[in-house]
Design a protein around this ligand. Structure first.
Ligand code: ZN
Length: 72
């Protein structure tokens, strides 16, 4: 499983001690892996948020259209 630099977000090989892009010293590999999992969770949360918002909007607009259609 790849890991990411907490400073610049570069993808790093597992067990990397220092980021080759920004030179940030990385802590113990366990800590870095934990950060990677947290980052994936955070990205999933954002993806869910930005996927749910348009879907909710479409549902609301559709419900509004039905309401207007049947009110006539
Ligand atoms: Zn970096």
């Amino acid at each position: 499983m790849p890991i990411w630099c907490p400073n610049c977000g570069a993808m790093l090989a597992e067990g990397t001690r220092e980021c080759p892009r920004c030179g940030k010293k990385l802590a113990a590999s366990d800590e870095v892996e934990e950060f990677g999992a947290t980052e994936i969770l955070r990205l999933s949360f954002y993806a869910l948020k930005y996927l749910l918002l348009p879907v909710l909007l479409v549902v609301l607009v559709t419900a509004g259209c039905y309401f207007v259609f049947f009110a006539r």
